[in-house]
Design a protein around this ligand. Structure first.
Ligand code: GH3
Ligand code: MG
Length: 311
């Protein structure tokens, strides 16, 4: 499969300048263009943000400095490198641009070879940083998000739930009697089992806002934004079923002849006083404890709801 091209956004109020840079770069990059700082901000915050922004300084309305400042102030766009491309060539202008967080500065008239090289350097660095960021938020074994990613997303979704008043549900999921599984089948088989269980559960969560993560060891956690108790219960039961239907033999389980999980769930409104992400996790964890106590391979919700037993 051909490698996906990185995206470069060119921001300049003069279409001829945009054209000159675009014709230089379009063979190697996907090009986005904007003729104002305001438009550039909208596009940078959009669905497919660029990997690099080439930014003119003198523009009517929001100038390049201001655009850069806003890009760097916003968490969503901060990591996109900016190169100023400008006719201003005073040392002070260059210093100002770099102090605003720009990655590089190109004075016009520019040499095509130098523009290409500087763009390539910044794009290479950005792609490496993105890769490291991705690795740092992913669990190495199961390839699903890790605890760090989960805690970030929980804080984000808690803030959103407080603003929009939607309920937020959380599931704590733990493989039943996994210690005897490891002891009997070996650590390698244990790892394989963790991968299979993680993938089966990840495929069961269909909404893009849902997040399944490995929380540690043989414990997983699912965050379900905008989901009430009924929805939460349906999903938990689908997850129980997804793991059961893998039919991974577990000869030492006294719950079932195959691998099973227990799930605890909680649904909170972020607007309720004295609740926070920690209380939500604690409630789900307490519910998980009750599901284990009640015999495992089942779901317990903090409200007292417990899933019917199917095998
Ligand atoms: P329960 O039904 O109460 O949850 O019992 P359990 O045996 O699953 O719980 P316990 O906490 O006693 O054991 C968890 C086991 O999970 C212990 C450890 O060997 C295993 N484990 C944790 N992380 C990994 C891992 O990354 N790979 C493998 N293979 N095993 C792991
Ligand atoms: Mg366990």
């Amino acid at each position: 499969m051909p490698e996906k091209k990185a995206t470069v956004m060119i921001v300049d109020d003069q279409p001829t300048n945009i054209h000159a840079l675009a014709s230089l770069l379009k063979v190697d990059y996907r090009i986005l263009t904007a003729t104002s700082g305001e438009r550039a901000l909208v596009m940078a915050r959009g669905e497919s943000p660029p990997d690099l922004i080439l930014l003119d300084i003198v523009m009517p309305g929001m100038d390049g400095y201001d655009t850069c400042r806003r890009l760097k102030d916003d968490e969503a766009t901060r990591s996109i490198p900016v190169i100023f491309v400008t006719a201003l060539d005073d040392v002070e202008d260059e210093e100002k641009g770099l102090n605003l967080g720009a990655a590089d500065y190109i004075s016009k008239p520019f040499s095509p070879a130098i523009v290409r090289a500087r763009v390539r350097n910044q794009v290479t660095l950005k792609l490496k940083t993105d890769m490291l960021e991705k690795i740092s938020l992913q669990d190495g074994l199961t390839e699903i998000p890790n605890r760090r990613k989960f805690d970030q997303k929980l804080a984000e979704e808690w803030g959103r739930a407080r603003r929009d008043g939607q309920p937020l549900s959380l599931l704590m999921i733990d493989i039943d009697q996994f210690k005897p599984y490891n002891d009997h089948y070996g650590h390698g088989a244990g790892d394989e089992c963790l991968k299979r269980v993680a993938q089966a559960m990840a495929q069961t969560l269909s909404r893009t806002s849902d997040l399944l993560a490995r929380y540690g060891g043989e414990e997983f956690v699912a965050l379900l934004p905008g989901t009430d108790e009924t929805g939460c219960r349906h999903l938990a039961e689908s997850l129980l079923e997804a793991v059961r239907s893998l039919q991974l033999p577990h000869g030492l389980s006294d719950v079932a002849p195959h691998v099973t999980v227990s799930i605890g769930g909680a649904t909170h409104s972020a607007r309720t006083p004295k609740t926070n992400p920690e209380t939500l996790k604690k409630s789900a964890d307490d519910a998980l404890y009750l599901a284990k106590q009640a015999g495992r391979n089942r779901y317990h919700h903090e409200s007292g709801y417990a899933s019917p037993i199917t095998d």
